[in-house]
Design a protein around this ligand. Sequence first.
Ligand SMILES: [Zn+2]
Ligand SMILES: [Zn+2]
Length: 638
Amino acid sequence: MIEKNKVEQIKTPEFKIQDKIATTAKPFSVSAINKTEDRKVYKSIKPNSGANKKYNFSGNRKTTQNKRPMMSPKSPINVHPVAPGKVRIIPVGGIEEVGRNLTIVECGEDIVILDAGFQFPGEDTPGIDYLVPNTEYLEANKSRIRGIIISHAHLDHVGALPYIIERLGNPVIYSTKLTNAMIKRRHSEFPHLPEIQLEEITSSSKIQLGRSLKASFFNITHTVPDAIGIIIETKYGNILYPGDFKIDTDGNGNPIEVSEYIKLGKENNLALLMESTNSEAPGFSMSENVVHENFKRIFKSAEERIIVGTFSSQLERIMEIISIAEDLDKKVFIDGRSMKDNVAIAEELKLFKPKKGTILPVEQINDFPQNKVIAVCTGAQGEKNAALMRIASNRHKDIKITPKDTVILSSSVIPGNETSVQALKDKIARQGAKIIHHGIADVHATGHAYQEELKLMIKMLNPKFFIPVHGYYFMRKINTELAKSLNIPDKNICLAPDNGSVIETDGKTIEVLKKKVPSNYVMVDGLGVGDVQEVVMRDRQMLSQDGIFVIIATIDAQTGKVKSSPDIISRGFIYLRESQDLLKQTRFLIKKTIEDATGKMHPINASYVKEQVREKVGKFLFQKTKRRPMLLPVLLEV
Ligand SMILES: [Zn+2]
Ligand SMILES: [Zn+2]
C-alpha cells in the first residue's frame, strides 16, 4: 500500500509548527498517539471572505482557500422541547467562563435567545481564534426561534452572531440603536453571509415573541452606552436579565437612578438571571465619576503629551476623555481601528457631539505642541499588534515615546494577560515615559457590579427564583451566597452546574433536569466554525508540548527490507544537529523494527508495521529524552 497522501501532507503548512513549539516534557497516553495519524481537520471556507483572517499553526496568514466539505461534530439531542406548563431556561454558554454568553428561554412553541457572545481562547486551545456557544439544540429547534435579543454591544454578548446566525435560520435580532449599529458594522466584515434582520428597541419597547413570550426592557448602566436590561414575560411572571451592569453612585457613594428598578421590583418577577463577574469583590465598585475627576487632574498636571490606552469597547470612557480634552483645549488623536469605528458610530448616532477639530487624524499628531496632545489608543492589555504596543516598541509611524510623555493604562488586567501587560510597561518605562495604571491611581472603574450592588439589585428587583449566570462556577456560587444573605430560600436558588444545564420551573418550584443540551466548545479556527474537534485540540496540545517526529521509510514490497536509511523530520522535539548519536540509534531501531515486523509477511500489512514502529520508537525516544513527540511513520513501498 503506497502512502502517497501522507507524503503530500508533510508538505502542507499544517506541519509548519516550529514557531509554536515549547519543549516541556509532559507524559500522555500512548493510545493518544496511535490514533493521531488518521485525523483530519476539515475546514469550511466560504467564498468571498477576504476580510477574515485565517491562521495556520505558525501563526502566519494562510492564503490558500481549502474547499473540503465541512464536518460538524453533532451530538445526539436527547432533550425534548419543553412540556406544556413549564418554562425553561438554558444557559448554553457563559456559566463556566467569563464570555460566550448565550441563554435560551423556552415556553410553549416559542424560543427566545438572550445574547450571543464569544470568548477569546485560552492556553488549552492553541491556534483557535474564538470559542462560540454550541447551537445544536437551537438548530434542532430552529423553527421555534422567535428572535435574539442583545443586551449590549460587548463581544462576550454579540461576538458569536456572525458565526451562528445563519445556522439559526437568520432570526430577527433585537437591540438598541448603538448595539445594532455595532452589530451591523461587524457583520459587514462577513460579506459571504446574508443580510441580517435588525430591529431597534428602546427601554419602552414591547415585543411579542410567538404566542407564549413577550419582551420588555429596562435601563442599565455599564461601560458601553445603550446597554439594556431584558424582561421576558411568561405565564408565571417575568424573567429578568440585566446583562452586565453596575449601579452608578453619586460623589457621596449614594446609588442613583434606581427608581426604575424599585418600580420593576413591584411586578411579578419569577426569576432573576444575574451576572457574577465581580461577585467576589466586597462593597460598591468605584464610580466612573471618580475616574473622570482623576483624568482631569492627570491631564492638567501632565508634563507634556498624554497617551491613554484602553479597550475600544470602553466607549463611555473614551467619550469622557474627549470631553475633558475639550475643556482643557487639547486635541485628541484616536488610534486603533475598532476604537475609531466605535467613536465614529457613537458620533453618527449623536450619543455625543465633539467640537469640530477636537478629534484629529493621528498623522497630524506632530503638528501640534506636545502639551496640547492626547492620544487614545487600543492595546492596554499588551496585545501584540494594537496601537499602544506598536508605540511602546517603536514601531508606530507617528508616535514615538519621549521621557516627557505620560502613559495612562486605563483598564484592569484581564487574567491571562499579566505577562503581556508587564512587557508593555517595561517597554514604555525603558523609553523614560511616566506610567499611570489602575494599581497606582483610579484611572479605571469596572462595568460589573460588586457585592453590595448585586445585593441591592436583588433586593430591588425582588425575584422569586435566583439564577446566577455569567461567570465561573466559583463566582456564581458566591453570588448565591449573596442571595441567601437576603433571605431568598435555598430551594429558590438555582446554581446550574454547567453550560447546557436545563432549568425548568412550573412557577412554583425550580429544578435542573438530569439531561443537558450539547454545550461542548465550538471553536472558530480561521473561518471554519465548529469543525475543529477535541481530538484536533489534543494534537495541538501534544505538538506544543513535545513536538513532532516524522519517520519516512522506503520498503521493498517483495522482500520487506528497508531500502537506504530512513528519513527523519522533527520539529520542536530535539535539536537534530546536536543529536546525531540518538538519530543514528533511532534509524537503526526503525530499520530493525520494520524488518522484524515484515519478516515473512506478504503482502505487507502497513498499519501493523507502523503500529510497531510507533510503539518501539516511541518507547525508545521516551527512555532517551523523557519526551513523547507525536510520531508519524510513513511507509513507502517500492
Ligand atoms: Zn459588557
Ligand atoms: Zn459581559
